[in-house]
Design a protein around this ligand. Structure first.
Ligand SMILES: [Mg+2]
Length: 423
């Protein structure tokens, strides 16, 4: 968060499963649409927060399976763990808060008395401030009631959340996705970085709390669970700040950005012809997102193999521009673009996708930008990532010129194979 010197323009706080991630969409199209919108228009001055019921272990698994962006803040285990940045530094202040009237041993002991109804979830899902079970829909209400009475008698103050039609989580009363968001907003305010707008996004019972935080916009994605819609009907029906989107998952988030007028909501993935797509001001983030989208479509054979495209790309490269390939070889940028023509359509039908993550530009001298990003490529089940640095220059009234591109294999990359990696 240190990179932001002023209040973020937008903070998106989104659940992952069935909200940011559509498990019924093997192509991950709505997620990829969101990604390019975020990197294009929001990354530089906004905050992305993932708020998930998953533990750190299952969260990391999901990141390997799906093309998720790197969030600025991660709230895991149903609002019981808050971490910051790439290295996921934990918030110790939050841990302190959660220790109030909480005793893991007592919760385990009392819950153990419901061994008929409650089935313990895997060990990775049992966290210092969260115990998770599976429960049958028909038993959920009764167990919740009885268990909370028992724990209260033992001097604890807990919260029991039933979610997704089967998960039952026991947390400290001060925990939960809503409380974690409230804590975060308070902390940001203290630092003088209270977001101008905050949008909460969810699909199930444990997300309801997110929509109860004052001054926060909310979107229930079209595929929201019955339990969340029921909560909405009973508690927030007249709140114009919360909508039930018409689109599924990340598509619903994009829809809400438009509905509440929180900023641009046209994903570059929804633009078919990039030559038509010009921005008024030099925007290096936009240039990057646009280029790698073109590159994906080129190799998928989804854009015509016509010289107008390559000519336009070459025109935006400096004649002496250099590209340093992750293998270490250096080539001219213009030759690299020429080489691209050999690869038109080579990834057709191969589940080939490209996305940019953490696109951040700095302009140290006027008219020059250094952009850093992670460029991801997926082909079938294989994923590769290169840390990429691009130097752009711009002359008044003209577009951005690519001066220098350098790539190195990222530590996150599962495969570090130089073959068919063009740029
Ligand atoms: Mg969910």
């Amino acid at each position: 968060m240190e990179r932001l010197t002023s209040p973020p323009r937008l903070m998106i706080v989104s659940d992952l499963d069935h909200t940011m991630v559509d498990h019924h969409d093997p192509e991950n199209l709505s997620l990829l649409r969101f990604n390019s919108l975020w990197e294009n228009a929001y990354r530089h001055d906004s905050l992305l927060v993932f708020s998930t019921g998953r533990s750190p272990t299952l969260y990391k698994e999901l990141r390997k399976e799906k093309p998720l962006l790197t969030p600025d803040i991660t709230i895991m285990s149903v609002g019981t763990e808050i971490t910051y940045g790439n290295s996921m530094v934990p918030d110790h202040g939050w841990v302190e808060t959660l220790n109030n009237k909480w005793d893991l041993g007592i919760v385990r002991e009392e819950a153990g008395k419901f061994s008929e109804e409650l089935k313990l979830q895997s060990e990775t899902e049992q966290r210092p401030h969260k115990i998770s079970f599976y429960v049958d829909k028909s038993k959920a209400q009764e167990v919740t009631k009885e268990l909370s009475q028992r724990l209260e008698k033992r001097g604890l103050d807990v919260k029991i959340i039933y979610s997704g039609g089967m998960d039952l989580d026991i947390l400290p009363q001060g925990a939960g996705k809503g409380q974690a968001l409230a804590y975060l907003l308070k902390k940001l305010k203290t630092e003088g970085k209270l977001p101008v707008n905050t949008l909460a996004c969810g699909d199930s019972g444990n997300d309801a709390e997110l929509f109860s935080i004052p001054d926060v916009y909310g979107v229930m994605v079209s595929n929201a669970q019955e339990e969340l819609l029921k909560w909405h009907a009973e508690n927030a029906k007249d709140n114009p700040k919360v909508i039930h989107a018409k689109e599924r998952c990340a598509g619903g988030i994009i829809q809400a950005i438009g509905h509440f007028k929180l900023g641009p909501n046209l994903s570059p993935r929804d633009v078919s012809d990039f030559l038509e797509c010009k921005t008024e001001n030099a925007n290096p983030g936009h240039e990057i997102v646009k280029f790698f989208l073109f590159y994906e479509r080129w190799r998928r054979g989804e854009v015509e193999n016509c010289e107008a495209y390559t000519a336009s790309l070459k025109a935006s490269c400096h004649p002496g521009g250099v590209f340093v390939h992750p293998s270490g070889t250096e080539k001219s940028l213009r030759d690299t673009i020429d080489e691209l023509s050999k690869y038109h359509g080579d990834k057709q039908g191969k589940k080939f996708r490209v996305w940019a993550d953490q696109v951040l530009a700095t302009d140290t001298t006027p008219g020059t930008w250094i952009v850093k990003l992670d460029k991801w490529e997926q082909s079938g089940d294989e994923r590769r990532c290169c840390t990429t640095t691009v130097k752009f220059t711009s002359k008044e009234g003209e577009g951005l010129v690519w001066e220098h591109v350098q790539q190195t294999w990222s530590e996150q990359s599962e495969v570090k194979d130089n073959s068919s990696w063009i740029i």
